[in-house]
Design a protein around this ligand. Structure first.
Ligand code: B1M
Length: 772
């Protein structure tokens, strides 16, 4: 639609959805051209018809969507084609990367979905998503507000991830679990580049797969796509062989492409039978396949932990996140999250904690509660495929928990106890496991998503039960082939030298068939036992993991830094706000504030930036590191404020981060330092358009304007701003800075000065105001 509207004369900046009213004949004729070329599903012109985008042109989504669907149906008449409500991204980043809450995003999508269904759409297509969280909000909105089939496609980069770091495996498992009817990829790349992605999706789902690539890759010079229709169609044939059964095109694919594509497609495409994928849980960025022993961390749990209980009661999410980060560092694969404690409203707290942890930790989470309402609230906001801990064999539990697990596509732990309590023989526990499995299967929960916990009892109290638990684990593993879970620590309760007993039991349980031990990953004995077991069980190829673990000195081997040994740099890199602020306060006792910025804060952020560049960290990590850096900066600011005897105002100046750039940590540091040197700073913020800066400078006759830019892509906005400032009748002195700016570049764009850091900026200001 976009490609054709541009060809027909849509101007840059036009809102395509308004053309449903102003150019209905264009829209109908575009649909018809594609239908004549062979399209069997057409997307109505509703991609951006959401409340947030349409508010800018004072339109309501309902009438826009009704008009668009009406035009598509008019065109489709006589072709027997289906009309899809087309739903694109809202256009704003969701929390924690942006400011839009998950709940608001859901409401925005729900309104579109209801309008599309009311207007008579045959199906819903959610497309061009780059954030799995946003795709989830849209899919839930479609499922909960309409009965229409829903397709979801996301846009990936050549790295195999979306720009927020989502993998094809995480996408497939999460969206399939949530009930999508078909999934796939659209936009960003050409058909050749999509092949590995389609293969990866095929490995992870039996759903029909969609492939809608661009017409190749754009020429960097003129922006034209590089594949002609015939080559496009030939490359698409590889995608159909790899399993794509719904095919089409995105940017650059005019009707000639669809015609060529139609010619190479067989009339009936047979979905290749694929074996059920192995069990898996995931966050948006990390998929954990259950094909080997995986460790579930147990520490995000208040039981017996005074500090954790206090954190829950005081809503101290930073502390809770720091516990999760430590478990991740210690090598856990999945984190159990439990916030059940007297005085805590679990239904409110569990989702809050899930949101906080998933912003800093990219491991899959296991949501642990007996309250179905709390579980549902947390599953709703979880970005990925979670596990639920737990359901039991009790009728009441099965009836309350399994529907929630099914709706959100989670895995579930079944506890082998029922109305009669925990049986004392392995066979009776096995019977309960069978009952839970059969009930889950009858509800459509796949077998690989049912995990069984045969329950660990305290050996000092019931000595014979240790053996029964191990026998039950073996029965479940061998006869049902399910994943087995055990919270092993309970075995040693009340005994001296607990780690020894727990480790011995863990080793026995692993050999009995335990696949998902729930342990304290900070206890070296437990992780050592798992590492050794992985070697003996053939899970650790060439013993590489084991050797890496013990190659370093024993003291260093995989031990998580305790909060007391953590450095300020580590706290920033891990995004631990409270720890970072505390360590900054300590450091400021002996270090000068600006040295702290230059020698510790900036290098720490540089390392995060490097990891991001290498694909070892993703946007959420970048963001949490930035938030931790801001907490450090706040300490620095307070210190500077308390030191700097406020001097008389030496002059007024403007500071701004240029248009398109939201990096403002550096600009804020420059601001604080200049304020402390006695200048009054008019802070125009970040992402500031040139006209705002120019108008403010002119209206208030400001002699010095400081501009900051952090990205190569926003340097042109800096150049543009400088050039407009220089055209003023009384141009101000323009100072530029920021990590990408060099003295040469400053000179080339006509700036009057360059400063490499905040101190240098203050020196320039001194000179400028002295010369006035
Ligand atoms: Co992003 N980011 N980021 N980011 N980020 C960079 C800049 C990047 C280099 C990371 C990388 O890939 N290695 C890369 C840019 C690549 C390029 O050049 N094209 C990048 C990218 C790609 C992005 C996004 C596009 C990611 C995405 O969405 N896919 C996105 C951009 C959104 C946008 O701007 N439109 C994005 C988003 C973010 C966060 C929101 C997560 C966060 C910013 C939070 C915030 O600022 N409120 C963030 C962060 C933290 C970074 C890194 C890691 C750190 C930047 C920083 O704050 N440094 C950065 C990597 C890096 O720089 N190593 C990166 C510390 C700060 C104190 O230093 O700003 O240089 P700096 O300031 C210094 C000096 O430069 C100087 O003084 C300061 C103190 O001494 N100075 C001036 C600064 N301004 C001055 C003005 C002056 C004088 C001196 O006179 C007026």
């Amino acid at each position: 639609m976009g490609t054709m509207l541009q060809k027909m004369g849509m101007e840059p900046g036009d809102v395509p959805e308004l053309l449903n009213f102003t150019r209905p004949n264009w829209i109908v004729s575009i649909h018809q051209a594609y239908l004549e070329a062979g399209s069997r599903i057409i997307y109505a012109n509703t991609f951006g018809a959401n409340r947030r985008k349409l508010a800018r042109v004072n339109r309501e989504p309902g009438p826009v969507i009704a008009a668009a669907i009406g035009l598509a149906k008019e065109a489709a008449r006589g072709f027997g084609a289906l009309v899809a409500l087309d739903v694109g991204p809202i256009g704003e980043l969701l929390e924690p990367m942006g400011t839009l809450s998950f709940e608001t995003a859901y409401d925005v999508f729900a309104e579109m979905m209801r309008a599309g269904a009311a207007a008579g759409a045959d199906l819903i297509v959610i497309e061009t998503m780059t954030d799995l969280y946003e795709a989830k909000a849209a899919l839930l909105a479609a499922k909960e507000n309409t009965g229409l089939p829903v397709f979801v496609t996301m846009s990936f980069e050549a790295s195999g991830r979306t720009f927020t770091g989502c993998t094809a495996a995480s996408m497939a498992r999460t969206l399939e679990g949530l009930g999508a009817d078909a999934i796939g990829v659209n936009c960003s790349l050409g058909p050749r580049e999509l092949l590995p992605l389609i293969r990866e999706l095929r490995r992870n789902t039996a759903l029909p797969l969609i492939a809608k690539p661009n017409a190749g890759l754009p020429d960097p010079e003129d922006g034209h796509y590089d594949l002609p229709p015939e080559e496009f169609a030939a490359a698409m044939a590889d995608l159909t062989r790899a399993g794509a059964t719904l095919v089409g095109g995105c940017c650059g694919t005019d009707p000639a492409y669809i015609r060529s594509l139609k010619q190479i497609l067989p009339e009936e495409t047979v979905l290749p039978a694929s074996p059920p994928p192995p069990g898996l849980v995931c966050s948006a960025t990390t998929a954990v396949t259950l094909d080997r022993v995986r460790v579930i961390g147990e520490r995000v749990n208040p039981t017996g932990k005074k500090r954790f209980q206090q954190a829950l009661l005081e809503n101290d999410l930073d502390y809770i996140v720091s516990v999760a980060v430590q478990e991740m560092d210690a090598g856990a694969d999945i984190l159990d999250v439990n916030v059940g404690f007297p005085g805590v409203d679990e239904k409110a707290m569990l989702p809050r904690v899930v949101k906080a942890i998933q912003a800093a930790v990219d491991l899959p989470l296991q949501l642990d509660s007996v309250d179905p309402a709390a579980l549902e609230a947390a599953l709703r906001v979880y970005n990925g495929k979670a596990a639920v801990n737990s359901v039991s064999g009790k009728e009441e539990s099965l009836a309350a928990i399994l529907p929630v697990v099914k709706k959100y596509g989670a895995a579930v732990i079944g506890l082998t106890l029922d109305e009669n309590g925990l049986p004392d023989t392995a066979e009776k526990r096995f019977a309960i496991a069978e009952k839970i499995l059969s009930r889950a299967l009858s509800m459509g929960i796949p077998r690989q998503d049912v995990w069984i916990d045969c329950l660990t009892l305290t050996v000092s109290a019931q000595q014979d039960q240790a053996e029964e638990t191990l026998r039950a684990v073996t029965l479940v593993r061998q006869k049902l082939g399910l994943q087995t879970v055990l919270g092993v620590s309970n075995i040693s309760f009340g005994l001296p030298n607990r780690p020894l007993v727990t480790q011995t039991f863990l080793i026995r349980a692993l050999h009995a068939g335990l696949t998902l031990p729930i342990v304290n990953p900070n206890q070296r004995e437990m992780m050592d036992a798992v590492a050794a077991f992985r070697v003996l069980n053939g899970e650790d190829a060439q013993c590489a993991g084991y050797i890496a673990r013990f190659a370093q000195a024993q003291a260093e081997a995989k031990s998580a830094p305790s909060p007391s040994s953590m450095t300020l740099e580590e706290a920033i890199q891990r995004g631990l706000k409270a720890d970072a602020a505390r360590l900054a306060r300590d450091a400021l006792q002996s270090e000068a504030p600006l040295n702290l910025v230059e020698q510790r804060l900036i290098p720490a952020l540089d390392r995060v930036g490097l990891d991001y560049e290498k694909g070892a960290a993703f946007l959420p990590q970048l963001l949490s590191a930035a938030q931790a850096a801001q907490a450090v900066f706040e300490e620095i600011r307070q210190q500077l404020d308390s030191q700097g005897a406020k001097q008389a105002e030496k002059g007024r100046l403007i500071l701004a981060t240029v248009q398109g750039d939201i990096h403002d940590i550096g600009k804020n540091i420059v601001k604080t330092v200049l304020q402390n040197y006695g200048y009054a700073v008019i802070d125009l913020g970040r992402d500031v358009p040139p006209e705002t800066i120019v108008e403010t400078a002119a209206a208030q006759q400001i002699p010095l304007v400081g501009l900051s830019a952090l990205m190569t892509t926003t340097l042109p906005a800096m150049a543009e701003t400088v050039s407009r400032l220089k055209r003023l009748p009384h141009p101000p002195f323009v100072l530029v800075g920021g990590a990408v700016v060099t003295p040469e570049y400053a000179q080339a764009i006509g700036a009057d000065g360059y400063a490499k850091d905040a101190r240098a900026a203050a020196a320039v200001a001194r000179e400028v105001f002295a010369g006035l």
